[in-house]
Ligand binder design. Structure first.
Ligand SMILES: CC(C)(COP(=O)(O)OP(=O)(O)OC[C@H]1O[C@@H](n2cnc3c(N)ncnc32)[C@H](O)[C@@H]1OP(=O)(O)O)[C@@H](O)C(=O)NCCC(=O)NCCS
Length: 189
């Protein structure tokens, strides 16, 4: 019966389109409670770091309820700079959380990163949440976080088929993360 479908059962994950921008902004602001994260998502999409628009939405019932974004950064390996992807931000509208939408967005983004040829995807976040989704502590794989303000356990990576063992070193974030001060945790006054 129309209207009786449990929200989320008809969920589609697809590339973000230009006209999705206001809805994506709203999802991010509602999820994080801060406009700066939506500003970061928009800045990344507009920049070279936007990785040809590797930004995805979760849609159900014609409504955008989740969003995930990939952007380019580098690993400063001894041999050369290695192009990698960073997964950030990840947002699900509060009333649609805890239904697996976040997990599906992460799996989709990682599959897309692999298709894109990225050797690794990095992120900052809860190891309890992302550990279930295949991410592991990056420091244990020889990577250094881009800031000492990122807790060691929060700095995580998933390696993809393009990864080779010589690809170790510091993750260097794209400029937009710094310009908007969206790296790690700051002391609260
Ligand atoms: C994190 C977020 C995207 C998860 O979306 P979701 O659709 O609820 O995720 P899923 O349904 O796939 O997984 C839900 C599970 O993750 C857990 N979870 C959610 N956020 C978590 C966090 N920060 N730390 C640990 N566990 C978390 C939930 O408790 C739930 O576990 P349970 O079902 O065992 O109780 C969503 O909570 C959100 O938008 N949060 C605000 C923005 C944010 O913090 N983004 C991530 C930044 S790294």
């Amino acid at each position: 019966m129309p209207g009786m479908t449990e929200p989320g059962t008809d969920l589609e994950i697809r590339r973000q389109r230009a006209e999705d921008r206001p809805a994506v902004r709203e999802v991010i602001v509602r999820a994080f409670g801060r406009t700066v994260v939506a500003d970061l998502a928009e800045a990344l999409l507009a920049a070279r770091a936007g990785a040809d628009g590797l930004s995805y939405v979760a849609e159900t019932g014609g409504r955008i309820v989740g969003h995930v974004q990939l952007s380019r950064s580098w690993v400063d390996a001894p041999q050369r700079l290695v192009d990698v992807l960073v997964l950030s931000p990840l947002s699900v509208r509060p009333e649609f959380q805890r239904r697996g939408i976040g997990g599906r967005l992460v799996h989709h983004a990682v599959a897309e990163a692999e298709r894109f040829g990225a050797p690794m995807v990095f992120l900052e976040g809860s190891p309890r949440y992302y550990g279930r989704l295949g991410f592991t502590r990056a420091s244990e794989r020889g990577f250094t976080a881009p800031s000492v303000r990122i807790p060691d356990a929060a700095f995580q990576v998933v390696t993809l088929p393009g990864y080779e063992p010589w690809m170790t070193g510091a993750l260097v974030y794209a400029e937009e993360f710094w310009a908007l001060d969206c790296v790690g945790l700051r002391d609260t006054p």
